[in-house]
Design a protein around this ligand. Structure first.
Ligand SMILES: [Cu+2]
Length: 211
C-alpha cells in the first residue's frame, strides 16, 4: 500500500514537473558592449531570463524585487525566474544605471473559460391540439339538447306531455284487458272439460267393477 501511494505521488509530482517545465520558457539575453541585448524582453509569468556575458568585462543582472545573478565573467550565464506578472526594470550590478534593461512579465495565459451552453428556451408547441374534440362535443350537445327544449319550454311543454300520456293510457287498456280474460276463459274451459272427462272415465270404471 505504501509503495503504491508513493508511486502515485511520484507520478503526480513528475507530471506537475513536466507540465511546468513544458509551459515555462527560457528567454536568453546577451550582454554585449556594456548593453543588454535585447534591452527589453517580454515573457510570461513563470518564465526564466538567462543572461550570458559576451563581454570581456564582468557584468551581472540585478532585478529589483526579484534578485540578482552572480557576477558573470566572459562566457558565463546566470538566470532569474519571474513567477509573477509586472514590469521589472533592472541594471548591471557592477555598472549600475549605465546598463539598464527591462523585463515585462505577462500573466500566465489561463485557458479561456469554456462557455456553458445556455439551454435554448423550448418553444411549447401550441398548434398541435386540434379542434376535433370540440367539434365532436358540439354536435352531441345540440343532439341531446334538442329533445329537452321541446319538453322544457315554458308554455308548450304542458300540452305535449299530457297528450303522450293520454295516448299511452288509451292504448294500454284497449289492447291488454281483452287478451287476458280470453286466455283465462279458455284455460278454465279446458280444465273443466278435462275434469268432466276424468269424472266420466272414473264413473265408467266404477260401474264396471261394481255393476
Ligand atoms: Cu556591467
Amino acid at each position: 500500500m505504501k509503495a503504491a501511494r508513493f508511486a502515485i505521488a511520484a507520478g503526480a509530482l513528475l507530471f506537475v514537473a513536466m507540465a511546468t517545465s513544458a509551459s515555462a520558457a527560457v528567454r536568453p539575453v546577451d550582454i554585449v558592449g556594456f548593453k543588454f541585448e535585447p534591452q527589453g524582453v517580454t515573457i510570461t509569468a513563470g518564465d526564466t531570463v538567462t543572461w550570458t556575458n559576451r563581454d570581456a568585462a564582468a557584468h551581472s543582472a540585478r532585478v529589483v524585487g526579484v534578485g540578482s545573478t552572480a557576477v558573470l565573467a566572459q562566457g558565463q550565464s546566470g538566470s532569474l525566474s519571474f513567477p509573477s506578472s509586472g514590469t521589472f526594470p533592472y541594471d548591471c550590478g557592477i555598472h549600475g544605471a549605465a546598463m539598464m534593461g527591462t523585463v515585462i512579465v505577462r500573466a500566465a495565459a489561463t485557458p479561456p473559460p469554456t462557455p456553458v451552453p445556455t439551454p435554448r428556451p423550448t418553444v411549447a408547441p401550441t398548434v398541435p391540439p386540434t379542434v376535433a374534440p370540440t367539434v365532436v362535443t358540439t354536435p352531441l350537445a345540440t343532439a341531446t339538447v334538442a329533445p329537452t327544449p321541446s319538453a322544457s319550454p315554458t308554455a308548450e311543454p304542458s300540452t305535449p306531455l299530457p297528450s303522450a300520456t293520454a295516448t299511452l293510457a288509451a292504448a294500454a287498456p284497449t289492447e291488454q284487458p281483452p287478451a287476458q280474460p280470453a286466455r283465462g276463459g279458455v284455460q278454465d274451459l279446458v280444465i273443466v272439460a278435462g275434469f268432466i272427462v276424468l269424472c266420466a272415465i272414473a264413473g265408467r270404471l266404477l260401474a264396471r267393477r261394481f255393476g
